[in-house]
Design a protein around this ligand. Sequence first.
Ligand code: COI
Length: 364
Amino acid sequence: MSRLPIQIKLSDSKKEKPDPQTLVFGRNFTDHMFIADYDEGKGWHSPRIVPYAPVTLDPASIVLHYGQTVFEGLKAYKSEDGTVRLFRPEENMKRMNLSLDRLCMPRIDEEQALHALTQLIQIEKDWIPTLPGTSLYIRPFVIANEAFLGVAPAKKYQFYIILCPVGSYYKEGIHPIKILVENEFVRAVKGGTGGAKTAGNYASGLKAQEAADKKGYSQVLWLDGVERKYVEEVGSMNIFFKINGEVITPAINGSILEGITRKSILQLLRHWNIPVQERKLSMDEIRGAYENGQLEEVFGTGTAAVISPVGELNWDGYKMIVNDNKTGPLSKKLFETLSNIQNGNEKDSFAWILKLNSELAKLA
Ligand code: COI
């Protein structure tokens, strides 16, 4: 398909950039954003980069009532020599199409979306922070903006990309977080939308998240929606357990998000010849391992969270303190390896990095 030219309208003024030392997640946005429109019968059209600004939506827009929307999350880094590096962006575009399919929304052209993304980042490259632990978070998303109150797939959509310089997702930074195992509410069941990156999955998790927060826990650990027995994922990341020398993570089953960081960590572990299993893992098994002194490490993985060690798991009041509430050696090694590949301090042996300068040259 021939590539649609992107219209560019630059902002007259530039915002002040936040102090990288005190950067938080998701509060600061850059000067520009990307938008494209979709109309049934016409397809995607009018791709443009415009000054970052609030958007106008008809109050009857389908997204506002029935949540027909999907999103992605990925990051850009700047290495010491100034090269801009994107981590596996083609995987995000692929996954976005799977989510779009699930929500009855039109697919995007992955190559065009990647082109739009690289153009936008080229314009905003001064916004990429370089302090260790910081990056430019990229949030592509699609919304149904047709004004209609019937429950049906929309005939009009908009695709946006916004950018956000970020620090650590959790206030704990790279220190272990505390997680509450959720016994009352469920996130998703097989056949539902758990495998898609769609707003409703996150909105439905807020009630449990709020209750956990009040008890001093950063996140909840979701169990399977049928038996409430098997571990699924954490609110904003996939989860891994190191038990007796072996690393176990729940297998992708239709209700768990197929994380790109999860997939990369599995690749790293296998490359290091560390035994790995993707399978069902019950809370009873985790408790048994804890009581036998075999629960060595627990960590979450995600784009926003990177690698986040877990220091405490609370299951119905039974507290499991993992590795003395300290970051374990494997979590540390994974965090360092992944961060170093992302920011250019380590060789990209798996070809995970797209360098912006070479990508733009290829697309020119
Ligand atoms: C990400 O890690 O990019 C996510 O999408 C998690 C998000 C809900 C903060």
